[in-house]
Design a protein around this ligand. Structure first.
Ligand code: ZN
Length: 395
């Protein structure tokens, strides 16, 4: 009898365990199915800072965050590749040269090299068409307004080559816009936001149909750009300052104002922008926020030793906060993969996006809401920017 009781207990325990495992598996499968049905648009990836030096994005096992196999595993439908121009090119007037090299690495080093996996896209319609064909839409955004060398003609040339957004600054204040990276640094010539020429840049971007990107800009530059632009604007890779108080993130007031004009904040996965613990520890490592630093192995090693990583839950918290402040139509994804030293536990590289879908479903987000965050909002914003350009060019 006692043996039977024991057997019953063992059986019931094992049944309970089996059932819970089965439930968990079906949740995973459901999340996976939902994830595969999404059009996921990531508005910022810096693998280009490596492909420009010959790095092969088609190599499936590598030490970075991004490669073709991982992009497919992660279900990425459209990728904005960063045409990142370091401020170091300003000194000798080499910014335009570098911009063209970076554009070439996307067009030639990625898309032309892997035509079965990527197709170059420049419009929202392109993204949807390419996604339906089962390929990854490749788009380009310039990182660093100094890329135009204070010349609207170059801005137009970049648009013609396929550039569809430009961050008005990188970590450096340029001749026409203040950056969050040096806004409090003595000795830097500041402008209190945008200069009159900076406002012309914004208006020319409107006329062309290029998205105005305020990631990296000083707060005043954001407010000036928002006031000047006749189309909605984006933050291609920024998170929430209310949860992680760093100048690269957006305040609640900024998120609300951006949203009111139809804009989108694309949440950045950099540990130091997600978690104040990571941000504080990161301050002890030199140059820890520079993208394209993949070659600086010693700094990376030091960073990983000293900085506790953020987590998938932190990413969900930033998305949730931005949705609470700006609404469900104002939030997207701008991972910054391969542009940062530290990525969150559970979201280590582009292959891990399905984990985010699972976490958002667990948080109570509907399929429809996630669809907006993953791509719907960005497509809507792109169409608004395209419509404004069409309208302005017709008049
Ligand atoms: Zn950046």
């Amino acid at each position: 009898m006692r043996a039977l009781c024991l057997l019953a207990i063992v059986l019931s325990v094992s049944f309970a365990q089996t059932r819970s495992v089965t439930d968990a598996e079906s949740d995973v499968k459901k999340a996976e199915r939902i994830h595969r049905s999404m059009l996921l648009i990531d508005t910022h990836n810096d693998i280009t800072s490596r492909t420009v030096d010959g790095y092969d994005i088609g190599k499936s096992k590598n030490d970075g965050h991004t490669n073709v196999t991982s992009l497919k595993e992660g279900g990425v439908g459209a990728q904005f590749f960063a045409v990142y121009v370091s401020s170091s090119y300003v000194k000798d007037n080499r910014s335009a040269h570098r911009t063209l090299e970076m554009i070439d690495t996307v067009r030639h080093g990625i898309v032309e090299r892997y035509p079965n996996d990527f197709t170059l896209a420049t419009t929202a319609d392109d993204i949807e068409r390419i996604h339906k064909q089962g390929k990854i839409a490749a788009l380009m955004g310039i990182e660093g307004g100094h890329a135009i060398e204070d010349n609207l003609g170059l801005l137009r040339d970049y648009f013609d080559l396929g550039i569809r957004y430009m961050t008005l600054t990188h970590t450096n204040t340029n001749n026409w816009a203040d950056s969050s990276g040096d806004v409090n640094k003595a000795g830097v010539q500041h402008h209190n936001g945008l200069t009159p020429f900076g406002k012309q840049v914004v208006r020319e971007m409107n006329r062309l149909g290029m998205m105005i990107d305020i990631s990296h800009t000083a707060d005043k530059t954001f407010w000036d750009a928002l006031a000047e632009s006749r189309a909605p604007i984006i933050a291609s890779h920024s998170s929430c300052r209310a949860l992680c108080n760093v100048p690269r993130n957006m305040t609640d007031d900024m998120i609300a104002a951006l949203a009111k004009k139809g804009g989108v904040i694309q949440i950045n996965f950099n540990c130091g922008f997600l978690s104040e613990k990571s941000a504080a520890a990161g301050k002890n490592v030199q140059d820890s926020t520079l993208p394209g630093a993949a070659g600086e192995d010693a700094t990376i090693a030091e960073y990983r030793k000293k900085v506790p990583p953020a987590t998938l839950e932190d990413v969900v918290a930033h998305i949730d906060h931005a949705v609470k402040i700006g609404g469900i139509d104002a939030v997207g994804i701008g991972s910054d993969f391969d542009g940062v030293f530290c990525t969150p536990l559970g979201l280590e590289d582009v292959s891990k996006f399905p984990n985010l879908t699972r976490a958002l479903l667990e948080k109570g987000y509907s399929e429809e809401a996630i669809r907006k965050i993953y791509g719907g909002n960005t497509l809507r914003l792109m169409r608004a920017v395209e419509a404004e350009a069409k309208h302005e060019q017709a008049n």
